[in-house]
Design a protein around this ligand. Structure first.
Ligand code: PA5
Length: 479
């Protein structure tokens, strides 16, 4: 095996990990000694893919539950996506175009975070302020239900009300409540408040609903409501947990509504899944990533992982990854029920923004972190800096340079400064922020945490810790 500092797909994502290794980091010897564990993790993921079951994984009711996240990439009847489900999404996206003025996506956690990433990838900046033609007839997109916040919800009502008054006709609004369980407090309360408000103001709004939920009327209140009210409902299938669902209906709907190439997204995910399932350990980026992060946690005290994407568009991806890492690996017990208190605290940072705040801590604070950079090689837009004040020589340092050149210079400088002080860091590189590469990245990150769950012997697919507060809250609310 050769762990030579970088691994990736021939055309696509690269994981550059040389700054995780060496005297201050993970040694080649540590990785070689770890190969048997990596091999077991590989077998475990192949088994998950083939059988749909992960060792010792149970649903929150204590019953066996499938794990289908890798299958999202494979269009096939019985899998989370198939040809018919994709066609339905694409048809829906086309039907809303030039017809729906605004779609309000109402979800929280896994039912929000992936949608926000896809929105940021698919929509141009300032999307909602653009004229309809510049949006190619696609709806404005709003989010709600990502908190229980009356001020934010009332603010959204006020914003849509102003718009309707401005155009002097009822706005066609599509409410999209998304909740796998169909019972979550935040989306249900936000949805209910918005629906009632809009129904009470027919002069301002023509409101429709498309629900995305588990299609079980026994357990999903949202699905029951959809059936009773004749709303279309898209499924969040069993076996697709919230934080792993971005490549199925909840995430793909956002893509389809915005005219994003969801087939290319899944194609990229499939390329990565193939590699993660079949490559040798040193050619498997997710397996190497998991091994390095696991060894850095265990042997180098790296208990914090900073996900630092360079560029504003990558911030929501960081938030998505925070959930993926925290809920998958932050576990009290191992799969035998023994206490292990595993996990790394995830932190989102944005380059260059947070180089003016958090980088001080990364560079000089406790040596308990891995800084994980994300770089996009080719930006969608090249914008050059000009010097409007030729007498000001200081501005010549930047003048004539492209903004992405400056962004990369900042990333490289940050990386060099950390490495120079023996601080662990690594780089994910995407050739461009295109659907196919985004699909590779999502699948890579999901496989990475799944592999690390195997290495740490924790269930990467449950989240028992969030039940503790829910029990208390529900009992308190019922008083
Ligand atoms: O990952 C998870 O399971 C959670 O973050 C859920 O996505 C979140 O709690 C929302 O749940 P639901 O989709 O059932 O409303």
């Amino acid at each position: 095996m050769t762990f030579d500092g970088s691994v990736g797909l021939k055309d696509g994502l690269a994981f550059i990990y040389r700054n995780m290794m060496g005297r201050d980091g993970v040694t080649e010897k540590m990785l070689e000694d770890f190969l048997p564990v990596m091999a077991d993790a590989s077998v475990a993921l192949q088994k998950i893919f083939e059988t749909g079951f992960a060792k010792a994984h149970l649903s929150k009711d204590g019953t066996p539950e499938h794990v289908f996240f890798p299958r999202q990439a494979y269009l096939k009847e019985g899998n989370p996506n198939d040809e018919a489900s994709l066609r339905r999404l694409e048809e829906m996206g086309e039907a809303w175009r030039n017809n729906v003025d605004a779609a309000v996506f109402i979800g929280i956690g896994g039912s929000y975070l992936g949608d926000k990433v896809l929105f940021d990838l698919a929509a141009k900046p300032y999307w909602n302020q653009l004229p309809k033609a510049a949006r190619d007839g696609r709806p404005q997109i709003y989010f709600a239900g990502n908190n229980v916040d009356g001020v934010a919800t009332a603010g959204l009502m006020a914003q849509l009300t102003c718009q309707a008054r401005h155009v002097k006709r009822p706005l066609h609004i599509m409410l999209v409540p998304i909740s796998k369980s169909g019972t979550t407090m935040e989306p249900l309360s936000g949805f209910s408040a918005l629906l009632v408000y809009m129904q009470q103001h027919p002069e301002l709004f023509r409101v429709d609903v498309t629900a995305v939920t588990g299609l079980d009327p026994e357990s999903s209140l949202l699905y029951r409501l959809a059936q009773e009210n004749g709303w279309p409902a898209l499924s969040i299938p069993e076996g697709i947990g919230g934080r792993y669902c971005v490549l199925s209906n909840p995430g793909l709907l956002m893509g389809a509504v915005l005219g994003y190439d969801i087939r290319a997204l899944l194609e990229g995910a499939r390329e990565m899944a193939e590699c993660c399932l079949h490559a040798a350990p040193d050619g498997n980026p997710a397996l190497v990533n998991a091994a390095l992060k696991y060894l850095a946690s265990k042997k180098k005290g790296a208990h914090i992982e900073v996900f630092m994407g360079y560029g504003d568009q990558l911030q929501s991806l960081g938030a998505w990854y925070v959930q993926l890492l925290a809920e998958s690996l932050g576990k009290r017990n191992n799969r035998a029920g023994e206490p292990v208190y595993y996990g790394r605290t995830p932190v989102v940072a944005t380059g260059t923004t947070d180089m003016h705040s958090m980088t001080q801590q990364h560079q000089d604070g406790r040596r308990d972190k891995v800084i994980q950079f994300l770089e996009v090689e080719e930006p969608a837009v090249h914008l050059s800096v000009r010097n409007p004040f030729p007498d000001e020589k200081a501005l010549d340092l930047y003048a004539g340079k492209k903004m992405d050149t400056l962004l990369k210079a900042a990333l490289t400088a940050n990386e060099m400064a950390l490495t120079g002080d023996g601080r662990l860091n690594a780089r994910y590189v995407l050739p461009a922020l295109e659907p196919r590469y985004a699909g590779q990245l999502f699948m890579f990150l999901m496989f990475s945490v799944a592999y690390e769950g195997e290495m740490a012997d924790v269930d990467a697919f449950d989240q028992p810790g969030v039940e503790a507060y829910k029990r208390i809250m529900k009992a308190n609310l019922a008083k």
